[in-house]
Design a protein around this ligand. Structure first.
Ligand SMILES: C[S@@+](CC[C@H](N)C(=O)[O-])C[C@H]1O[C@@H](n2cnc3c(N)ncnc32)[C@H](O)[C@@H]1O
Length: 258
């Protein structure tokens, strides 16, 4: 019988293999609309500033990384799929981003090969849900907290379970699924993040109307629908129907004991 640790390691190896194989088609699988909504939301909330050092955990093939680089910030992109990082690097080169402005590292989000208190900001888009156990997910959040500077900000998105629960769908993928995924609900995610980041934790839902509106309409009126999506995020119960939960928080400053 396998231990939990062995199961987690096997699940991660399975994901690395799949991500490596799909790296060259990953960007094509994301619809233009989904990309617009998610990237617009990420950039607006993270508000990257020239020369800030930002960690993009689970950067994958880099659709958020390239966009952040446009602001003049420095990016460290980390992913455990070497092939995804290769795609990310060649895209950054094609877009003429300066080599000095980004650094891509192959590593595990739950055991970051990075210094304490180093990053101004951290973004992690749709990664937490693929980390295969509760303990490993807690490790990932602890690691993010460790590498952020005091006052450093985290923006993290992850799959939401609320609507899927109403539809009778499970929180966790079946054991033999090719890719592991765990869906949080608002309160559970808030508890996890608040346990590590002690200050204010803000969570909103990103609805992504692609799940609700026929493709032909989305194509024709995409800018208008993106604006509606962005507006829905500001409404109090956005998380109930949302596809993604989006967390914003900051690492508190430790006050010395007098
Ligand atoms: C759904 S993709 C998201 C990629 C990118 N953040 C985006 O929004 O397009 C999830 C990414 O997380 C990476 N990943 C999952 N678990 C990881 C872990 N434990 N350590 C490092 N990368 C991980 C995968 O290799 C994959 O590239």
């Amino acid at each position: 019988m396998c231990t939990h640790k062995e199961n987690d390691a096997a699940s991660k190896m399975g994901e690395i293999d799949l991500r490596d194989r799909l790296a060259h088609v990953y960007n094509d699988q994301i619809s233009e609309y989904q990309h617009l909504v998610e990237v617009a939301s990420a950039i607006k909330k993270l508000d990257p500033i020239r020369d800030e050092i930002i960690l993009d955990i689970g950067c994958g093939t880099g659709r958020i990384t390239y966009k952040l680089l446009e602001s003049g910030c420095k990016i460290v992109g980390l992913d455990f799929s070497g092939e995804s990082l290769r795609v990310c690097k060649s895209r950054c080169d094609e877009l003429n981003h300066r080599r000095d402005d980004f650094c891509l590292i192959r590593g595990d989000a739950c055991n970051l090969p990075l210094k304490n208190d180093f990053f101004d900001k951290c973004i992690s888009s749709e990664v937490l849900e693929h980390v295969p156990s509760k303990i490993e997910r807690l490790k990932m959040i602890l690691e993010i907290h460790r590498v952020l500077k005091p006052r450093g900000r985290l923006l993290l998105t992850t799959y939401n379970h609320s609507l899927r629960k109403i539809m009778g769908k499970k929180k966790e993928t079946a054991e033999n699924a090719p890719l592991y995924a765990y869906r949080y609900n608002y309160f559970e995610l808030k508890k996890l993040i608040s346990h590590v980041f002690k200050g204010e934790v803000k969570i909103v839902g990103i609805l992504n109307l692609r799940h609700w509106v026929p493709k032909t309409f989305l194509g024709k009126f995409k800018n208008q629908f993106v604006a509606v999506d962005v507006f829905i995020e500001k409404t109090p119960f956005s998380y109930l129907l949302a596809h993604l939960l989006s967390v914003e928080c900051a690492k508190p400053i430790m006050l010395e004991n007098k």
